[in-house]
Design a protein around this ligand. Structure first.
Ligand code: F6P
Length: 561
């Protein structure tokens, strides 16, 4: 039985934070000048990550009140309930056990939930994935004409796409086996047409990745891929039109990842080539399950296990570190401070690593599908604002696009900066280390945001008149700096787990079930109702509202036969 949510706004800590907010004047310059110990106190280790929270708009008093808020809302208790397999996903009556996916082999005591030997099942699938990945990478597994696989195309959407594509891009330097992963997600036919245009069907392996195996986009794309495969192989004279040959082609070129193995079989994929996971893994928490099969193939099973080890290191930190030193909890609390007390509506994530160019997109599903809710886990309305908008782009590109607003706009935008000491590709320009120059930008931006530039400093440079105000930087723009030695699989696992637990902390404080996503259902249902109207069904057209009818009329009028 899941405990009822504690209303954070009725706790003593919330009242303390309210009074600390009244008359609160952030002063990072003053705080840094007056307190030489601030940086050390607020710089914390998290596995391989060095996390500097010192440039956030908090005093020790505020941090202490935030920690009390976590205590009084039962963050640690809820985390323990999650790890123990309680059905904290109340609306779907499910356990939430993505943390079990990264427990090392032989972890004790063994995790048994709802009668399932969780550890044993996880290891079994991991071993099946590893063995399959090795076969594909070595060339032992071939296409129907005996050729080695050169391209793996993952067909999935949401959590069955965003994690794998983000990691594939981030860890590209680890893809050394001559196999490239591609990702098809959108039902816009451009996506699959574009991603397969230069591929050879004889050397392409499709992974149909869908937790439910009912998702319209994924099943449509899977059928399109199957047609593309059959047509290409027939054109090459590799197979004829017989059902036997077509089935054989699918057996060599299609595997699946799903919790619904019966539906996989119905699609025509041999259950022997299906990789399972379980309903206690949410889609957006599933990249460390068999959903990561494309990664195990492209990067290798060892790199995939290193990724899992990174996740696990952060899980251990969350479970065993007191709240006041617990990095994901503190970062979640800071987000609550900004959202609920200082009025922030968005949160930027700015990696200084081009390889992380899909990281913000990944985090958008993780954070916004998890915490974009207005009811609590017992069905009652939330009692405060929830769910910021997460967004971002890699630096330095963002510096030349939207940073202006963060520096001098009227909105408060807390930002996480992520950087790596060592580059994936060390290059020099005229003898200068280019990565060093890149990192100088990361350091400069967080410094400028924190400390700004006063009018007096601007004037001291000789600027006068109206230009002084335009060139003044207010500072006190909060940032967290996350620094790591290098972007390795382990470090990436740590980063992802960090944000999973930040999300969980915020969800708990808001009383939210961060593991369902009912908000995506209505649009799915309506699309199915509108599809016949697009195809010319008059009754379906008449059933629409006036705006939808008008847009459909525009569609019919401009449609090229
Ligand atoms: O968008 C809703 C959603 O259910 C996500 O939560 C999920 O990751 C995605 O669709 C894909 O679902 P599936 O893996 O079942 O195809």
């Amino acid at each position: 039985m899941t405990a009822a949510p504690i209303d954070a706004t009725s706790t003593a800590a919330w009242a303390d934070l309210e009074s600390l907010k009244n008359g609160f004047t952030p002063d990072l310059r003053g705080w840094f000048d007056a307190d030489p110990g601030r940086v050390d106190r607020l710089s914390l280790p998290l596995a391989d990550l060095h996390v500097d929270l010192s440039k956030n708009l908090v005093t020790d008093e505020i941090v202490a009140a935030l920690v009390r808020l976590a205590e009084q809302t039962g963050v640690a208790e809820r985390y323990a309930a999650m790890l123990a397999g309680e059905h904290i996903n109340t609306t779907e009556d499910r356990a939430v056990l993505h943390t079990a996916l990264r427990r090392p082999a032989g972890a004790t005591p063994a995790l048994v939930v709802d009668g399932q030997q969780v550890d044993a099942d996880v290891q079994q699938v991991l071993e099946k994935m590893s063995a399959f990945a090795d076969r594909v990478r070595s060339g032992e597994w071939t296409g129907v004409t005996g050729k080695k696989v050169t391209h793996v195309v993952n067909i999935g959407i949401g959590g069955s796409d965003l994690g794998p594509v983000m990691i594939s891009e981030a860890l590209r330097p680890y893809a050394t086996a001559g196999i490239q992963a591609r990702f098809v997600s959108n039902i816009d036919p451009f996506d699959i047409a574009n991603k397969t245009a230069d591929l050879d069907p004889e050397t392409t392996l499709f992974i149909v990745a869908s937790k439910t195996f009912t998702t319209l986009e994924t099943l449509t794309n899977a059928r399109l891929a199957r047609d593309w495969l059959w047509a290409g192989l027939q054109q090459a004279g590799a197979i004829d039109d017989s059902e036997a040959k077509k089935t054989d082609a699918v057996a060599h070129h299609f595997v699946a990842v799903s919790t619904a193995l019966d539906k996989v079989e119905a699609f025509g994929i041999d259950p022997a080539n299906a990789f399972g996971f379980w309903d206690w893994v949410g889609g957006r928490y599933s990249v460390d399950s068999a959903i990561g099969l494309s990664l195990a193939i492209e990067l290798g099973p060892d790199a995939f296990r290193e990724l899992l080890a990174g996740f696990h290191a952060v899980d251990e930190h969350v479970a065993s570190t007191p709240l006041e030193k617990n990095v994901p909890v503190l970062m979640g609390l800071l987000n609550v401070w900004y959202t609920n007390f200082l009025g922030a509506q968005t949160h930027a994530v700015l990696p200084y690593a081009q390889q992380l160019h899909r990281f913000a997109a990944y985090l958008q599903q993780l954070t916004m599908e998890s915490n974009g809710k207005s009811v609590r886990w017992d069905g009652t309305p939330v009692t405060s604002d929830t769910g910021e908008v997460f967004w971002g782009e890699p630096g330095t590109n963002g510096q030349h696009a939207f940073y202006q607003l963060i520096h001098q706009g009227t909105r408060l935008i807390p930002a996480d900066f992520i950087a790596f000491v060592n580059p994936a590709y060390p290059l020099t320009d005229g003898g200068r280390d280019v990565h060093g120059l890149f990192l100088a930008n990361f350091l400069a931006q967080t410094k400028a945001l924190a400390f700004g530039k006063t009018a007096a400093e601007v004037e001291a440079e000789g600027t006068t008149g109206a230009l002084v105000a335009a060139r003044t930087f207010p500072g006190n723009r909060p940032t967290t700096s996350i620094f790591a030695p290098a972007l390795t699989p382990t470090v990436l696992g740590e980063l992802i787990a960090l944000y999973e637990h930040i999300t969980f902390t915020q969800g708990t404080i808001w009383g939210i079930n961060s593991f369902d996503q009912w908000g995506v259902e209505l649009g799915k249902q309506l699309a199915l109702q509108i599809a016949p109207a697009i195809e010319g069904d008059d009754d379906a057209l008449a059933a629409q509202d006036a705006s939808t009818r008008s847009l459909l009329a525009y569609y019919q009028a401009h449609r090229q036969a």
